[in-house]
Structures are given as C-alpha cells and as structure tokens.
Design a protein around this ligand. Structure first.
Ligand SMILES: Nc1ncnc2c1ncn2[C@@H]1O[C@H](COP(=O)(O)OP(=O)(O)O)[C@@H](O)[C@H]1O
Ligand SMILES: [Mg+2]
Ligand SMILES: [Zn+2]
Length: 510
C-alpha cells in the first residue's frame, strides 16, 4: 500500500515542503530510502525501524520503499525521522491516511520512540501556513515556535505513540497556544546598565543616538579607558522595539541556528559581541552543515566588534560585502542561498598600539608604527562606517561629579520618534531604517535644496570623499533630520553628518 505524509527542509532561511512517500509491497524484506538524502537522513532508516518496534508496532516482513520529493533538493537533518515513521505506519494500516493531508510533520526519533527537538521549526511551519496547510505536528520542545505562526494549528508531541493517537483523533486534540502579550512583555525586565552611568562624553552619546536611530555603522576611536566598551554595552538599552514582522524574521534565523530555546520568538533587537578570535565562518555563516553566522544572528540589531584591529584582517574584510548588501550569500556544491544580515556594526579601536596617539606627549609609538596599526583597518572597510567618533579621556573631576547624565529611557524615547518617522516613510518599501536606502532611494528620500547641495559638494571636494561616503553622509543627514522631526534636510543636519566623517583625515589621511 502506498501513503504520503508531509514534512520539510530548510533552504537558507526558507522552509521547503517535502513529501514523504512510503510504499509497502510483497517481495524480499527490504527497507530503502531514496531522494537526494545526506548521511543524516539516510541514517533515519535505522532510527525509524527500531523506534517503531520499541513503540510496540509490528511490521510484517515486507518490502518498504520511502521516497522524499522533490528529488532535486538536498534533504538534510534529522527532522524526517517522524514523517518517515508515520508514512510507513500509515501504509501498514495503523493510521488513517485521510488525516495526513494538509498536515506538516517534523521531528527526530530516539530509538525508544521519543520525539526530540529539531532546528528550523519556525520557518518550516511558516511555509506550511503560507501553502495552506491546516496543522503541524512538531516536537514538544519546539511547540512554542510553531504556535507563534498564525493561521495553522500546532501540536507538540513527545512520543511516536502519542503522534499516532493524535493523528487518528484530531477532533479531540488541543492545539498549542501562545500568549503574545506575555512573550513581548518579557522585554520589560529591568536593565542593569544605563546610559546615565556614562559621565560626560556628550558628543559621543549624541553620535550613538544618531547611529542607533538610523541603524548606521559607528566606529569609536580613542585611548584605553575612555569608555568605548562601556558605551557600546549600553546600546541595547536605547534600541527601539521590534515590530512583529522583524521579530519573526530574526526568530526564523535563530530557529535554524537552534538558538530559540524555550523562547518562542526573539523579542529584543539582537546585540552580538563575538570575541576577536572568531573564525570567518562563525562570523559570516556557512560551513559544511551551513549555519547562520554572527552577522545574521545580529540581523535587525547590533554586531559589536570590540578592539577591531585585534580581529584577523581577512575575517573583518569579509564583512564588506554583507555590510553593503544586507545579506550574505553562501555557495555550496549544489546550491546557493542567502541569509539576511541587516545589522548595525559598532566597533571600537585604539588609535595605536600604546593607545595614546595623537597625544605626542604620551604616545610611545613611532609614526610608521602608528600607520601600520591604523592600516589594519582598510580604507574600503573604513568607508563603511557612517559615523566615526573620538572618545576623549575624561578627567578625574568630571568622573567624581555627582551629576547624572541622561537616562537610557530618555534617549530611547527620541530614538523611537525617529523610528516612527522612518516606518511611516518606508511603509510601502521593504526598508526599516535610513541606513538601508539604496542609491536610487536616496535620490527620492534625501532631496536637498541648493544651499544644502552646495555645502555637501564643498565637503566632498575638501575631504576628498568617495561616492560611497557621499551616500552615507546623506543617509546620516536623513536620520539627523528625523530626530529633529523634520522632513526637510537642512544645512545643520548636513554639517553634523559631515562631521562624523571627518576623522578619516586626522588618522588615516596623508
Ligand atoms: N565617561 C565615563 N563615565 C564613567 N565611567 C567611565 C567613563 N569612561 C570610562 N569609565 C570607566 O572606565 C572603565 C573603562 O572604560 P572602558 O569602556 O573599558 O574603556 P575602553 O573600552 O575605551 O578602553 C569603565 O568601566 C568605567 O568604569
Ligand atoms: Mg574597551
Ligand atoms: Zn602609541
């Protein structure tokens, strides 16, 4: 007898529906699986056979053939165990085939018949919903991930036996429910860090506010102990809330990386700060069993690279392409796919190896040494920072002063306003933040009057800017105007944006 169940596999961050066909016929007892399977999927055969036996079902000696289709996509992972077992048991008459229709089944099996968690449940359930499936059966531990998708019922299961009872009696089963309010309210946990801890540094704080408002890349340069790390670590406390759509996009990535845990959704903008020993693959993604890298885990949030020159030069150079394209392309033998990577890059660096350049009284480095140190950051990479800012050492007296700075809540409120302006403006475009504007969209949304135009042209010549920097200045000016709640970009906004790009000359200029 022939029967068919439905499951899925992950391609990039999208779920693809795969049908699992089982045929049982007379002939030499045999169990074979076909359909472009990687080794993990091939091993399903043994797990399925033993799990079925240990769940108390007898399969008489028959010839069993399982086919996973479409045949031209490679099937990976262990999530096919459960649908394969179900398709076989249906062929043997243990399950009503009628009930397998419009039902997505995913899960790994233990030899004792338990159903184990798998990665990528959220994107798979999402795709099933889009294709009109009515329900999905997923491992109990992944049930929350499935349940956040509206328009499809999710059932969490722990054993193979339970699945069979469920499928034969959907009418009496209870689907998993999630309380979105509860998930999103977890956001309000009190923060230990706050911007009010940072004394002085008004210019730096302002630049960070601008950067976060438009999700612009920012580089802080300054001597050790001047507060670079301290400021960066407080960025999460001022970032705007996630929309549901953003949260869903990020959660899909975390689902595939196996990092969702018991949280059904990621509800806060990510803040990733990998150590400088990180490998290129771990940073940008890929590998033999491809996984999203740190830059994708930072999607819609922040990637913080502290002490940028300490990273392997080739590792950080690889960032150039995703910084431009907001996604990363992973090529494999038989497929290419994309992981989203619209992140904001926050970096810090000392200006030289002793840390005190250009203070010639304190810096002990020779000029060639300074040049070599700064040269660890290539010009093209440097160009990708919309904002470069110096952190100045603050003196003892300032540090002692009891005067508290602005709180994170104050700053966050202003950033929220700038975010609203952007959401409103780009609601019919697939853009969230000013930093994502393409050159064509810049023309449309960053229009300048003649006065502003000539100011920018002068700076372009004087600072010897590249075309890329020119566009970046316009985008930052757009954000500064948004913070001002002004649709018009004025000279004030332009000149502040230019300021953020004038440090190049001081450190990297001839
Ligand atoms: N502006 C500041 N306000 C309050 N404390 C500061 C400030 N700048 C530095 N500090 C103190 O100095 C420490 C070292 O700063 P840090 O951020 O690690 O410097 P950097 O990363 O620039 O080397 C901080 O943990 C903090 O205690
Ligand atoms: Mg530091
Ligand atoms: Zn030095």
């Amino acid at each position: 007898m022939f029967s068919k169940a439905y499951s899925g596999t992950i391609h990039g961050i999208e779920g693809l529906i795969v049908s699992v066909e089982a045929d049982v016929s007379d002939g030499l007892p045999l169990f074979e699986m076909v359909g472009l399977l990687n080794s993990e999927v091939k091993e399903a055969r043994e797990r399925v056979r033993i799990a079925i036996k240990n769940s108390g079902f007898r399969l008489s000696s028959k010839r069993i053939t399982v086919n996973l289709s479409p045949a031209d996509i490679r099937k990976e992972g262990t999530a096919f165990d459960l649908p394969v077992a179900i398709a076989i048991l249906t062929s043997f008459g243990y399950i009503l085939e009628e009930n397998l229709k419009q039902t997505l089944i995913i899960g790994e099996l233990s030899l004792n018949g338990n159903v184990n968690r798998v990665n990528g449940v959220l994107p798979l359930v999402y795709s099933a919903m889009e294709q009109g499936f009515l329900r999905c059966i997923v491992p109990r531990e992944n049930a929350g991930e499935g349940a956040v998708v509206e328009g499809i019922e999710t059932y969490g299961v722990s054993t193979l036996r339970e699945v069979i009872n469920l499928i034969n009696d959907f009418d009496n089963a209870k689907a998993e429910k999630v309380d979105f309010k509860k998930i999103f309210n977890k956001n309000l946990d009190n923060e230990e860090l706050d911007f009010s801890d940072v004394v002085g540094q008004l210019a730096v704080k302002r630049s960070v506010e601008v950067a976060v408002s438009g999700m612009h890349n920012i580089l802080m340069i300054g001597s050790p102990g001047s507060g670079k790390t301290m400021i960066a670590k407080r960025i999460p406390t001022i970032m705007s809330d996630l929309s549901f759509k953003e949260s869903m996009e990020i959660s899909k990535i975390y689902s595939i990386a196996g990092l969702l845990d018991s949280k059904a959704l990621i509800t806060k903008r990510p803040f990733r700060s990998p150590h400088h020993t990180i490998t290129t693959t771990a940073l940008v993604g890929g590998g033999r069993n491809p996984k999203p890298g740190e830059i994708s885990l930072a999607h819609h949030g922040v990637l913080f690279l502290d002490e940028l020159p300490e990273f392997q030069k080739n590792t950080i150079e690889v960032l150039r392409q995703p910084l431009e394209e907001k996604e990363v392309n992973i090529s494999r033998l038989n497929a290419t796919f994309r992981y989203p990577a619209a992140f904001m890059l926050v970096s810090s660096m000392n200006p030289c190896s002793c840390g005190f350049y250009p203070d010639r009284n304190r810096c002990t480095c020779s000029l060639p040494m300074v040049k070599r140190y700064l040269g660890k950051i290539s010009k093209p990479l440097l160009d990708r920072f919309d904002i470069c800012i110096e952190t100045m050492q603050i003196d003892y007296k300032e540090l002692r002063s009891k005067e508290k700075g602005e709180t994170s809540a104050d700053i966050r409120q202003r950033i929220g306003i700038a975010r609203q302006m952007q959401m409103e403006r780009y609601k019919n475009h697939n853009i969230w933040f000013n930093s994502e504007l393409s050159p064509r969209n810049i023309k449309k949304f960053c229009k300048l009057d003649s006065k502003e135009q000539s100011l920018l042209e002068q700076a372009f010549i004087k600072l010897n800017l590249s075309a890329r920097t020119y566009h970046r200045i316009l985008k930052v000016a757009r954000t500064i105007a948004d913070l001002d709640q002004s649709e018009k970009i004025s000279t004030k906004h332009i000149s502040e944006a230019i300021c953020y790009r004038s440090l190049d000359q001081k450190y990297w200029g001839e």
